[in-house]
Design a protein around this ligand. Structure first.
Ligand code: NAI
Length: 462
């Protein structure tokens, strides 16, 4: 039996980064994952492959429709989905190898197999060779999440699938119905819409992106509708499966069913904690099945820790990474503190949607008095040159102290622009502080400054 200081169950962004940090801190670390390719959902079937396809589909769409205005002519534009998918696989493969090299460089012991916690300090790892026991003074659960499944959805039908399948279609479906207007539905809906599919997004709520600021989500919806995405809002999906004759069908309460070629189910994710022995061990779970942890990420069982998607929202790779690193630093006796209001989120649609801090609706619900300002991209020179004038930056600041509370963006490169707001919120800056910073001209970041100026009616180009 092998003995370690720490065994981490799960090699995704939460687990593998924590393993590396723990090794840097001098711990003897092991990492177990049932998949031989580390990187988790994010790298194998999530963030990275979707961004590869988003880039490819954007290039295709822009080449077809936007080059002419620049005076650039091309011949017939063709599409080879197989080549697009192989490029995606190469990117994933390269990054997987990179993680392998980091794990080896940091002398982290790897186990490939399914892990079950037998008792505190002991993990059984089973694979095709049988079962082995691994001992460690501490155990970290970083097993992530998996797609939520609605009742009545026949996933056995090859036309019905989750994001995993929608990342690997071998040809462009003529019509795609996406169930759920969240991050996954909008990102993958955008990919296949740009490549030529007729995409309908069916959403239970009467708006898209329920977690996002309502004004930003409404603006995003207008932009996506102009691009050709159809939204069927306030629609409760009851089932999905085969419609015969090679077609699939989505049934919706009180509405006509929709017949299509493919169905993508994207109605959220649930913690992936089954088979780990948590119930037997007495690890506390909340009513949605998330592992309950203290502020140092320890579960109700001493010596057993948990981080990432399996402990709750937001289910984001960088949040998992932050928690994993904070957790091992805590184990090493260092201070642990995470400001969840300073964790950004980004939807990589076109234009991107990015946010940090509470939304306007959340501030109202928390009873916090605030002032708000906003500025559109259409008045920005760089956005004009990029042909990307849709969207706006919205800034929320404390009514009394002017402390920056939330920044919400729909617009070009929103995912990059949000970094300034993350730094500002983390460092406790005011909206006025943003106005004092010199934003290079001509850049999209000037829209952030103008939005901050607009809080006091001082925006220059409005
Ligand atoms: P989500 O929680 O973002 O959205 C799910 C949507 O499905 C909601 O709008 C919900 O109202 C709707 N829905 C639920 N039941 C329904 C029904 N019966 N009929 C119609 N609509 C229904 O979940 P999503 O998009 O599956 O993403 C899962 C997680 O993955 C999220 O927590 C997200 O943070 C993360 N993610 C993050 C990405 C990023 O940061 N770029 C990209 C992809 C996923």
């Amino acid at each position: 039996m092998s003995a370690h200081d720490l065994i981490i169950i799960g090699g995704g962004p939460g687990g593998y980064t924590a393993a590396i940090r723990a090794a840097q801190l001098g711990m003897n670390v092991a990492c177990v994952d049932e998949n031989a390719r580390l990187g988790g959902t994010c790298l194998r079937v999530g963030c990275i492959p979707s961004k590869a396809l988003l880039e490819s589909s954007e290039l295709y769409a822009h080449t077809r429709s936007r080059l002419g205005a620049h005076g650039v002519g091309v011949g017939e534009v063709t599409l080879d989905v197989g080549a697009m998918q192989r490029r995606k696989e190469r990117i994933v493969g390269t990054l997987v190898k990179g993680i392998d090299a980091l794990i080896a460089k940091n002398n982290i012991t790897r186990y490939t197999g399914r892990a079950r916690i037998v008792e505190p300090g002991r993990v059984a790892v089973s694979n095709s060779d049988g079962e082995s026991l691994v001992e460690a003074s501490r155990i970290m659960i970083a097993t992530g999440s998996k797609p939520a499944i609605l009742p009545g959805i026949d996933l056995a039908d090859e036309r019905v699938g989750t994001s995993t399948e929608a990342l690997a279609y071998e040809r462009v479906p003529d019509s795609l119905v996406v169930i759920g207007a969240g991050y996954i539905g909008l990102e993958l809906g955008t990919v296949w819409s740009r490549l030529g599919a007729e995409v309908t997004v069916v959403e239970y709520q009467d708006r898209i992106l329920p977690g996002a600021d309502a004004e930003i989500a409404a603006e995003a919806r207008r932009i996506f509708e102009r691009q050709g995405l159809r939204f069927d809002l306030g629609a409760r999906v009851q089932g999905a499966g085969s419609a015969g004759e090679g077609k699939a069908q989505v049934t919706i309460e009180g509405r006509d069913p929709i017949t299509c070629d493919r169905i993508l189910l994207a109605v959220g994710r649930v913690p992936s904690t089954q088979g780990l022995g948590l119930e037997e061990l007495g690890v506390g779970l909340d009513k949605r099945g998330f592992v309950q942890v203290t502020e140092v990420f320890e579960t109700s069982v001493p010596g057993v820790f948990a981080v990432g998607d399996c402990v709750g929202d937001p289910m984001l790779a960088h949040k998992a990474e932050k928690e994993g690193i904070a957790c091992v630093e805590g184990i090493a006796g260092r201070p642990v503190h995470i400001n969840y209001d300073a964790i950004p989120s980004v939807a990589y649609t076109d234009p991107e949607i990015a946010a940090v801090g509470p939304t306007e609706e959340q501030l109202v619900a928390r009873g916090i008095e605030f002032r708000k300002g906003s500025f559109p991209f259409r008045a920005n020179g760089r956005a004009r040159c990029l042909d990307a004038t849709d969207g706006l930056v919205k800034i929320l600041a404390d009514a009394k102290t002017d402390r920056l509370l939330g920044v919400h963006i729909v617009g070009p490169r929103a995912g990059d622009l949000i970094a300034e707001a993350v730094a500002a919120i983390e460092f406790g800056a005011s909206s006025e502080d943003i106005t004092h910073l010199t934003h290079a001209h001509p850049t999209l970041s000037e829209v952030v400054k103008e939005a901050a100026l607009s809080l006091d009616d001082r925006a220059i180009h409005k």
